[in-house]
Design a protein around this ligand. Sequence first.
Ligand code: ADP
Ligand code: MG
Length: 634
Amino acid sequence: MSTATHEETLGFQTEVKQLLKLMIHSLYSNREIFLRELISNGADACDKLRYAALDNDALYEGDSELRIEIEHDGEAGTVTVRDNGIGMSRDEVIQNLGTIARSGTAEFLQQLSGEQQKDAKLIGQFGVGFYSGFIVADEVTVRTRKAGSDKASGVEWRSKGEGEFSVADIEREAHGTEIVLHLKGDAQEFADDFRLRSLVRKYSDHIEVPVRLPKVETAKDDDGKEIEGSEVTTWETVNEATALWARPKGEISDEEYQAFYKHVAHDFSDPLTWSHNKVEGKLEYTSLLYVPGRAPFDLYERDGARGVKLYVQRVFIMDDAEQFLPLYLRFIKGVVDTKDLSLNVSRELLQQDPQVDKIKSALTKRGLDMLKKLAKDAEAYQTFWNTFGTVLKEGPAEDFANREKIAGLLRFATTHTDSATQDQSLADYVSRMKEGQEKIYYIVADSFKAAKSSPHLEIFRKKGIEVLLLSDRIDEWLMSHLSEFEGKAFVDVAKGELDLGEVENEEEKQAQEETAKAKEALVKRVQEALGEAVQEVKVTHRLTDSPACVVLPEHEMGFQMRRIMEAAGQTLPEVKPILELNPEHPLVARLEGAEGDAFGDLAHILFDQAIIAEGGQLEDPAAYVKRLNALLTA
Ligand code: ADP
Ligand code: MG
């Protein structure tokens, strides 16, 4: 036993303390996952050593047979997971096993409620990693030494998983890391050979590094009786130990794909779907891409983890290689293994490599195809859409070339459906288009309800024309990057001239022109009464139930986007709306008959109401109330 020196006791970062407490409580019913997490870390450490040793063979210290070993001691009540990977220096130990470096962690932890089931789900999306050891152990000892360092730079880390941990320098012969779990009283079941083996097979079959357990063999005599004292212990590899993606598709079961996903994605739950492809020819690569079943907590963090695990000829190169997928597919997880890059490729080099761009566009296509396939399963696709729909909506702006493909994957609420669920595709919409309808109509509002009850929809209801109801914050911006789908142009029904194309016949159009003429005098009077507040006043046939509505010029930014940008502190040039009046409405008829102040008041009321119906703010709400009250008491 070597002596420990330079011992110090340090406190866990606040976030770690919180996580430990919540995790132990909420993952109790799923506690066997600790083994998967520790093996996963051991495998990562072996990958990292293999990569580092590419430049410097000496790092192997004469032991290049990478492996993970698991042992247990029933009497002592311990389970040990050991790897001969990269190991850690003292500073790394303090950093990696005492803090959580991911941004947004504190905010994330605040969402946890203390309810076991709910928190288990949330923590799963966060990923518990190393700290999961404390679900089964009341004390954890880590002994490690960085590969290539001298024997005296070993480190021992100990903690009971409460507020603090200790670190000390130790002598350590082997490089790599050994984790000893001192099992809690009620977790002794894990100190069992059979249990450990079945867990390794269940969770870690797909890990390329061999996971070995000791096997005791006893020689037998001629009668088949065990010879006393003849026991020999050998190491037996328990997992499959080949890289899953390198195996032929036909040989891989769904369960194996799912287990592998949990390792690469650091996720607890099953993926929604995956796509495994081997490409040979000009480009040579294998990719295994997954669509997760739920969003990571940092999906919208600027520096949230994204990208694939990159291998070059089966050698792990880096995690989170974000150059292989566009930002709008950042939820996709998986592995790319290629022959087209050099082993010493760096993040900087990836950015300039033309091969990377080619693989990226191929993977983008694969990703989109995978989603298209997933869309055949309506329920699974709905889950996908609810989880990642807003991310996919970034696509048309980012990826011009694939706009049409992405558009096909978008889902919308429409006037055709009753609920706010966004589940209608553009293809569905097009298949229901009216005879003579040439455009795809949509409306943007702050909420589904506001969109659905907008006065702008009145004529569309009357004519039985479907309208897409958009209410996500990103929607107006999205639509500004989509000009058409299957050759049909998109039209915002609250902007520009209303054009229903062939859905309206000549007679109707003529009647509208005549009405417009007949109301010219009224229009002029309203315009004078409202003055600078409006750009123009018109009569309209958009409306059937409402007396008036406001419309924006065709290329103007919409009301919703304006509000979002103003809320973000931007000052935008003022835009004046166009007021449109419904000539059939009794209030408009009344307006026509009014004189003097009564006329001005009613004109203002109609205008203000139209602004309110649009979700807008009145410049002078008190004046509106006063005028309305005057009208009500007249
Ligand atoms: P993750 O694996 O998602 O990074 P973990 O909590 O599982 O998070 O591990 C935290 C960090 O501790 C790892 O990123 C790694 O740097 C370090 N680590 C954990 N286990 C090992 C190990 N066996 N060998 C080397 N480093 C390790
Ligand atoms: Mg881990």
